[in-house]
Design a protein around this ligand. Structure first.
Ligand SMILES: [Zn+2]
Length: 448
């Protein structure tokens, strides 16, 4: 017992908090339970902190380390909810953190509990330091990021905007990639923009009736199917936005000809892309997503039974729109591509734009300085996020939000599915302290 107590005493705060957070299943709520020990830790350290309940078992922790007020606040944001594990093949219980063969395995270790624990450690250090930061540092550990943030950041923006209002924010969304043998950091990617998430519902109308006497003039299912074929064949205009340039340049170095040449040419001729280069880039889906808006059919519904003619078949088309294009533009292009006024198009969700943050300024400078201090001449690149994070809600209220990473991993590991949302999600143990150290250095730069 004594030995165990001693070893827990010696464990760094970030690691201890990480193990606590990973041990609570937050895949279906229960964020409040996971956050309670963090609240107690902050209170014991004299940091003003509160748990704000937004729904049963769900809520958000807000804490504030007072600064001198010389600069406007910095918000450190991480989400405590995780995606479910049902249907996945886990080798170890997903909510029991296991340290083995140099890896820490548990649901949420990369997304986003390592970031949360690093934030807690850095906040406690700031509060304990005799030197006051030049700005308030706000900690927000939130719920429901994976399911639309209605009980999380969206709820905070709506109900407690004053508590999270800041000039700058650090959130998930970046990447620190280490070599496959885990020997060194290869690249630091900072997320500066996100594609806009927007789903459209395509529907057609039929008269219904018995399927033994099918319609001979117009079949609403075929009409919808034709529209979906048009959507899948349509290519949105391609161009290189400033936020995606670094990613394409990095890819150009990693790929082989002719793709590497096409990518390098696209970077050189940006924002324009030569049609031949565009063709080569379009063939690789990850690079295709970097140069254009994409839309893909994801849901399909016909009649309620197999012997009934459908009256209102519909399909969902999920679009990811480049940050310099609008939802209206995308809707118009979809309409034109389908070219059938009998196909109705409606917007399905009320999510706002993904948005972008300035490519230069305090956070990009701090990230570059921190990476240089820790890892020398490692490349630091801007990134366009294809997926969606809470940063969009912050950008919408005027906070310059950036995505960084505190759980370095190898690209190989991510490709093999051990990353965010995967079964056996894991992080190399030896790099977790470096991830916290990276956040510490970035924050230090921003509050000096
Ligand atoms: Zn996440």
């Amino acid at each position: 017992m004594l030995l165990l107590a001693l070893s827990l005493l010696c464990a760094p705060v970030d690691h201890e908090v990480l193990l606590q957070l990973l041990s609570v299943d937050t895949s279906h709520g229960h964020e409040l339970q996971a956050l309670q020990p963090v609240l107690e830790r902050f209170k014991a350290a004299g940091i003003p902190a509160q748990l704000l309940e937004s729904a049963p078992t769900r809520g958000n922790l807000i804490a504030r380390i007072k600064g001198t007020g010389a600069q406007r606040p910095l918000l450190l944001l991480a989400h405590i909810d995780v995606v479910p594990v049902e249907g996945q093949k886990w080798k170890t219980p997903p909510f029991t953190p296991v340290e083995k063969d140099g890896y820490l395995t548990a649901r949420g270790v990369t997304d986003d509990k390592a970031m949360a624990s690093a934030i807690v450690a850095v906040a406690l250090e700031l509060a304990a330091s005799p030197k006051k930061p030049s700005r308030d540092v706000i900690v927000a550990l939130t719920s429901a990021e994976e399911t639309g943030a209605i009980e999380g950041v969206q709820w905070l923006v709506k109900n407690h905007r004053d508590l999270i209002d800041a000039e700058l924010a650090l959130n998930e969304g970046g990447d620190i990639f280490v070599a496959t043998d885990l020997s060194r950091v290869e690249v630091v990617q900072m997320s500066v923009a996100e594609k806009t998430y927007k789903s459209f519902r395509l529907s057609t109308r039929g008269t219904g009736g018995h399927s033994s006497v099918p319609p001979m003039d117009r079949d609403p299912v075929l009409q919808l199917a034709r529209a979906l074929v048009k959507v899948s064949e349509y290519r949105f205009p391609a161009h290189v936005i400033p936020e995606a340039r670094d990613q394409l340049a990095t890819a150009a170095k990693a790929e082989k000809p002719p793709l590497s040449e096409a990518l390098a040419n696209a970077v050189r001729t940006a924002p324009r892309i030569d049609p031949r280069d565009e063709e080569a880039i379009t063939r690789e889906r990850v690079y295709n997503a970097a140069i254009r808006t994409t839309c893909v059919a994801t849901q399909l519904q016909g009649a309620p039974a197999d012997n009934v003619l459908p009256t209102a078949p519909w399909a969902a088309v999920n679009c990811r729109i480049l940050p310099d294009e609008t939802v209206e533009q995308t809707e118009e292009r979809l309409k034109a591509a389908i070219g059938d006024p009998g196909v109705a198009i409606e917007r399905m969700d009320a999510l706002g734009p993904g948005g972008n943050s300035p490519l230069t300024g305090p956070v990009p400078s701090a990230v570059r300085a921190a990476a240089k201090k820790l890892w020398g001449d490692v490349p630091v690149i801007n990134g366009l996020q294809f997926g969606s994070t809470d940063s969009k809600y912050l950008r919408e209220i005027g906070i310059a939000a950036y995505g960084i990473d505190t759980a370095p991993a190898s690209l190989e590991d991510t490709r093999r599915g051990f990353g965010a949302h995967g079964a056996n999600e894991r992080a190399p143990l030896k790099w977790l302290p470096a991830g916290t150290q990276f956040l510490r250095e970035v924050v230090r730069e921003l509050v000096k």
